[in-house]
Design a protein around this ligand. Structure first.
Ligand code: SAH
Length: 251
């Protein structure tokens, strides 16, 4: 098994039963959805990089139309499918495995493209441009993305993200990229720190159990160490970076 596959397997092992795969909350999803200000209720929402579908299910509560969650990892989609079935939502909430570079949908067919903490996977700006043709005229996009929230962060956190996310940018840069990709910005906001806790607290609580089950595996153990460092960074440097949620409409 190559390293990349091993990383994916361990990630799935960690994340498949955690409430989220990135920072966020139902309140934040609701707030971003409301900002779209739909005149008519959206008939088709595509949640790209949906993970196990937590925010997809929140979107389903907010609408009566079709909501499709889409993710690269079959294990996440399987988990999401069982949640859909458990809630009896199978008639209008759907889960598909696929690559966000190649959306398997018709052009101009989506009212709302949603992507919480996932656009970065193919490059933020590239994602916005790649998804644009699939939106209906007047369609909306709502994306969240990690950003620097202040200029000139301390060396330690700068060095950390130079390794972990070298293209991390400021809010202003991301908003400009959204506009340059063919959208007009409706609103943007920084998600609250409690959304990070909703992500990191269960992750941190699970790490000891993961260390136990991968005992003697140095490769896995170095991944768990990296999570500890990441969580510690957030604790100490949260003033310097965050997640911006951008809501925009195509022009
Ligand atoms: N939206 C969820 C998950 C964010 S984590 C949440 O906020 O909790 C990012 C997700 O993007 C992961 O589930 C990952 O599997 C998915 N992903 C990464 N690259 C992808 C790709 N090329 N196509 C589809 N999904 C992808």
């Amino acid at each position: 098994m190559d390293d990349q596959q091993k990383i994916m397997d361990i990630m799935v092992d960690i994340y498949h039963d955690l409430p989220r795969q990135g920072p966020g909350s139902p309140d934040t999803t609701r707030k971003a959805f409301d900002l779209c200000g739909f005149d008519d209720a959206p008939q088709t929402i595509l949640d790209i990089g949906c993970g196990t579908g937590t925010q997809t299910l929140t979107l389903a509560e907010l609408t009566t139309g079709h909501v499709v969650g889409f993710d690269l990892l079959p294990d996440f989609i399987n988990k999401f499918s069982s949640r859909i079935n458990a809630q009896g939502l199978g008639n209008r909430v759907h889960a598909y495995v696929g690559d966000m570079n190649h959306l398997p949908v018709r052009q101009q067919s989506i009212d709302l493209v949603w992507a919480e903490g996932s656009a970065y996977s193919i490059g933020f700006e590239n994602a916005l441009k790649t998804w644009h043709p699939f939106l209906k005229q007047d369609g909306y996009i709502a994306v969240s993305e990690m950003v620097w929230t202040q200029a000139n962060p301390p060396d330690e956190v700068t060095a950390f993200f130079a390794e972990e996310y070298p293209t991390m940018a400021s809010v202003e840069t991301r908003l400009q990229q959204v506009e340059e990709s063919g959208y007009r910005i409706i609103e943007n906001f920084i998600i609250p720190n409690s959304d990070w806790q909703a992500y990191y607290d269960p992750l941190e609580a699970k790490l000891p159990q993961m260390r136990d089950s991968y005992q003697g595996d140095d490769f896995a153990s170095s991944l768990f160490d990296a999570f500890d460092v990441e969580i510690d960074m957030r604790r100490r440097f949260h003033a310097w970076y965050g997640y911006v949620f951008v809501v925009a409409q195509i022009v």
